[in-house]
Design a protein around this ligand. Structure first.
Ligand SMILES: NC(=O)c1ccc[n+]([C@@H]2O[C@H](COP(=O)([O-])OP(=O)(O)OC[C@H]3O[C@@H](n4cnc5c(N)ncnc54)[C@H](O)[C@@H]3O)[C@@H](O)[C@H]2O)c1
Length: 337
């Protein structure tokens, strides 16, 4: 039995709690949230104990195998590092951290203590995206040349509107497009050049990025064009890969034959729109099932904390490019297998 302590009873905390609750061989021992009613409600629904601070939870609970950090991004480093002082496995929602420097500190801290650090890049667990990766890797569309991705939904409404504070969330590019940065890097290898543009809109005195367009040039010569939005109703994502021998595409919105996407006047009804796959398997559950099996078997996850750092590196370059209006070269020595 793997005993998990979950930090955060917000949108993602609820998704993770539900997944743990449904997984065999896992016991969701406790849920921590500073909002007492949120912790109590989720704990009651999942049979876990409710706490209002990490310290109290660790004083009262024994034999915790993993702490899962589902807190706002700017708190990831602080809590993942605290967690690494207490347990042998730390699971952290994406983005691993707010910056590459913070991510590096977390990775080094965990390595020094022999603690495993997992990062929730859930697109690696979407069956459709995995199928595309398999088709590409098998050479079935020849040499990949151009990729186009789309991802977006309504602006995420969350605790204290932390997504609206760029310093806390990193905005649309770090929070949302990061999914595609990681997936594309896992599928097509390292990125060498990043160019990005964004459109901003004022909302409740905070500057929120509505749209971002990012162009990536990979070391292989492949070009990718990524679109992200926090301004439309209904979450959807898509990808199209064109190669010398064919083309493959996926559009999560295609289950609806006619789609009208109005611009929304206010943020989402509450919470982040959690992308759902139309296929039967829940990718969040599959992701956590995989991490739990790595904890049990001592094996390495398919997505590493270093991958989490490299995705943040691409996001940081895209942000820099938006600010400077110029392309940014990446000098990564990483080599993804
Ligand atoms: N993988 C995905 O598809 C996906 C989707 C959405 C969000 N996320 C990521 O998940 C993370 C959480 O996002 P969210 O939308 O669930 O946020 P949220 O605001 O809905 O939830 C955060 C929770 O943390 C609690 N909290 C704040 N400070 C705390 C502290 N010090 N101790 C304990 N609890 C505290 C808040 O009360 C709130 O309930 C973010 O990093 C976000 O980027 C990932």
């Amino acid at each position: 039995m793997v005993r998990v302590l979950l930090l955060g009873a917000g949108t993602m905390g609820s998704v993770h709690a539900e997944a743990y609750h449904s997984l065999p061989g896992v016991e969701l021992a406790g849920i921590v949230d500073i909002r007492e009613e949120a912790a109590d409600k989720l704990a009651e629904a999942t049979g876990a104990a409710s706490f209002h601070s990490l310290e109290t939870a660790m004083d009262e609970l024994n034999d915790i195998d993993a702490i899962d950090v589902c807190l706002p991004t700017y708190l990831h480093k602080e809590y993942a590092m605290k967690a690494a002082e207490k347990v042998e496995n730390v699971i952290c929602e994406k983005p691993l951290a707010r910056s590459t420097e913070e991510a590096r500190e977390m990775i080094d801290h965990c390595k020094k203590r022999g603690v495993k650090l997992f990062v929730g890049h859930v697109v690696r667990f979407f069956q459709e995206y995995n199928r595309i990766k398999e088709i590409v890797k098998a050479g079935k569309i020849g040499k990949p040349a151009v990729v186009r991705t789309t991802r977006g939904g309504a602006f995420p409404k969350a605790w204290q509107n932390w997504y609206g504070d760029f310093e806390k969330s990193g905005g649309l590019i770090l929070d949302l497009l990061l999914h595609d940065f990681d997936y594309l890097r896992a599928t097509f290898g390292e990125v060498e050049r990043v160019f990005a543009k964004k459109i901003k809109r004022k909302d409740a005195d905070q500057l929120i990025i509505d749209y971002a367009l990012v162009t990536l040039r990979f070391k292989s010569g492949l070009l990718a064009h990524l679109e992200g939005t926090w301004a439309h109703q209904g979450f959807s994502s898509g990808i199209e890969v064109a190669g010398t021998e064919g083309i493959i595409n996926y559009d999560s919105a295609k289950i609806t034959p006619l789609k009208h996407t109005p611009r929304v006047k206010e943020a989402g009804a509450g919470g982040v729109e959690v992308p759902e796959s139309p296929l039967v398997s829940n990718p969040y559950r599959d992701e956590l099932k995989h991490f739990i099996s790595c904890i049990k078997n001592g094996s390495d996850p398919i997505v590493s904390a270093e991958d989490g750092l490299h995705a943040i590196e691409i996001a940081t370059a895209a942000q820099l490019s938006c600010e400077s209006g110029k392309p940014v070269m990446l000098n990564t020595t990483a080599d993804i297998s």
